[in-house]
Design a protein around this ligand. Sequence first.
Ligand code: AMP
Length: 385
Amino acid sequence: MTADRQPVLGILGGGQLARMLALAAAPLGVKTLVVDGVADACAGQVAPLLVADWTDYAALEAFASKVDVVTFDFENVPAETAHWLAERVAVFPAPQALAVAQDRLAEKTMFRDCGLQTAAFMAVDTREMLDQALATIGTPAILKTRRLGYDGKGQFRLHSIADADAAWASLGAAAARHGLILEAFVPFQRELSVIAVRGRNGDFNTWPLTRNWHTDGVLSMSLAPAPDIDQLQGRATELARTLAERLGYVGVFALELFVKDGELLGNEMAPRVHNSGHWTIEGAHTSQFENHVRAVLGMPLGNGEARGVSAMFNWIGDLPDPAPVLRTVDAHWHDYGKQARPGRKVGHATLCAPTSAALADRLADVATTLDRLPQAQPALDALTR
Ligand code: AMP
């Protein structure tokens, strides 16, 4: 425990999530200390950064002595590192909860145990198991690494059984290391996520369901509150609460869901603040980042209600011209301070408005000026339907 009046939150991973956590922590009087393996980690522009690998225990010892609580911006921190730190300092979410969310097989099994349906799935460790799983599940299907996959990475889509060789050539080596999972392809009508938070005292809260669109497995656009969801909000909240209680979870997490024929299916759980919750910074009474800091430090949680309607553009690869966003009323620019690189999340913009009609006007204006209409079109269609 630090002697200072101000608590210090240690964050493992120094990407944009750590950066936004640090920015949300400051007004609460909470200091942050970030650990990352690279010296130019973008959170280092707004918070002190310790450059160290996950296995550099001397550096982690020094880190643990300087912080009151440790949390994550990155769910793939090795389980050993998380456990080692948990023996020295409070770690939230707990390493056991992290371990479930790090493994797609354990995660989907837990979803089913908690009453959340999923696509049919089977573990695949060998080429023979892939053939057996394909015979049971059929195609189309998706072969995924059980661990270390995110944003569609470590995935192979099989359109027919004839794709099995190519799938194995792509992921067979990963099977030997961490195992794979074959999932039936879900012909979903929508993708939604619910962001939820659970405090150290068990208090629980969610934000309104968010509708998401992905391109090549990466989030492209979010709209919140998701329009036309009928009774799904109550069901999603109840499922998120069941999962959080099952895991004894503390902090913010995201539950990614498919909607198929009016039913919710669980895709995955992210044990951290999530890209589909970035709109909450300006679009909700309390942001996911602020509530995560409050939760892990044992402070009262804030209200997650939406202030109006929000749309978030994700900027992948490079940033467009900020000017059209900066000139728009209640539009918010976020540059993560990262180098442009294909496929990299380098920033986002959130447009807020009091009504769906007003948001549709703002979104159409900004998207047209930026030449990003294809990215915004699905959200525009959902807003104006
Ligand atoms: P993931 O990394 O598992 O979240 O996958 C990234 C994206 O790929 C998801 O948001 C979906 O758009 C798509 N996807 C993943 N799994 C499936 C599935 N079983 N059926 C259909 N689409 C999927």
